[in-house]
Design a protein around this ligand. Structure first.
Ligand SMILES: [Zn+2]
Length: 318
């Protein structure tokens, strides 16, 4: 792994299709797309979508199982995800309150966390925004100004209030995630209060109002682990959406400041922090006493960036 440049091919930051944003304001055209037999529908219901394959290592890789509009059993919020070679890809976001139904033959329901790492670039680039928008539409049914029920607009990429005509857009909440290392090149990992005792990961936290991402790194590491960061050591390594429900993870590496306080967990969010050498990490993961996050998370990639190589799937929690 090169130590230069940004992390590439982050699991949830992929995509190959044209989002065709210039078509979003053409409501008549978007309505007509639903009549096309070629339109590919990505259904999202209660955080899951339809996939096929991927159930055993020897079989076909997991991929989205597209419906056609006439085969969609229920309606919902329609979102224009992409247009490629005159084939429209539309997310159909079904209301959470609708009862689950059986997957069509040959397909199954699966969540993004479960299948995200196995999907190809095209399908990951379709499902991630579909899940993000499903969370946003589901959680923001009303106008934040006047409380009136708002309606989807711009091919599902905004909502408009019929009472005051205000428009509202999906939000992503920025959060930093940081691999901190010390003078001996050990990595600082922490365990959250709600995690199993063997799971450790890089520290993370939301960017607060009026704060830069770099300010958040210094504050969060100080709050969660009691460690002082050398501000000049900060290095941005890339980002990926984390639509559970609406985060954008900004990945950094950082070095502990000379004369820093000793690492100590805040005892509230983080109940344990430890410095790991590579040998300690390998030994722990191999004997099962330690687990690190799976491929879907940027935390995994930050750890691999520090470690110096890709790490086995068996080292992760799932
Ligand atoms: Zn309103």
């Amino acid at each position: 792994m090169s130590d230069k440049g940004l992390l590439n091919s982050l699991t949830l930051a992929r995509g190959t299709l044209d989002r065709a944003a210039e078509r979003r304001d053409d409501a008549e055209w978007f309505d007509s797309v639903w009549e096309w037999p070629t339109t590919r529908v990505v259904i999202v219901h209660q955080g899951r979508t339809l996939v096929r394959g991927g159930t055993d290592l020897a079989g076909a890789p997991v991929e989205l199982a597209f419906l056609t509009p006439v085969l969609a059993p229920v309606d919902g919020v329609r979102v224009l995800l992409a247009v490629e070679d005159e084939v429209a890809h539309v997310a159909l976001l079904v209301d959470h309150a609708v009862q689950p139904w059986d997957a069509p033959e040959g397909s199954r329901w699966a969540g993004l966390r479960e299948v995200g790492a196995g999907l190809g670039d095209r399908d990951a680039g379709l499902l991630v925004p579909a899940v993000a928008l499903a969370n946003w539409h589901g959680g923001h049914p009303r106008c934040p100004r006047c409380g009136e029920a708002s309606v989807p607009s711009q091919a599902g990429w905004s909502r408009t209030c019929p009472a005051d005509s205000s428009m509202h857009f999906p939000r992503s909440d920025p959060a930093v995630i940081v691999l901190v290392s010390d003078d001996d090149d050990r990595a600082l990992l922490g365990r959250r209060v709600d995690w199993p005792p063997e799971l450790f990961s890089t520290l993370a936290g939301f960017v607060e109002a009026g704060e830069s991402a770099e300010m958040t790194v210094l504050r969060e590491i100080s709050e969660e682990a009691g460690v002082d960061i050398d501000p000049s050591s900060l290095r941005y390594l890339g980002s990926q959406p984390w639509p559970f429900p609406a985060s954008l993870m900004l990945g950094y590496r950082a070095a502990v400041a000379a004369g820093s306080r000793v690492a100590e967990p805040d005892g509230v969010e983080i109940v344990e922090v430890r410095w790991f050498t590579r040998d300690e990490m390998r030994a722990g993961c191999e004997d099962g006493s330690l687990r690190i996050p799976s491929q879907i998370s940027i935390a995994r990639r930050l750890i691999e960036h520090w470690y110096g190589s890709a790490l086995p799937d068996s080292w992760s929690n799932s």
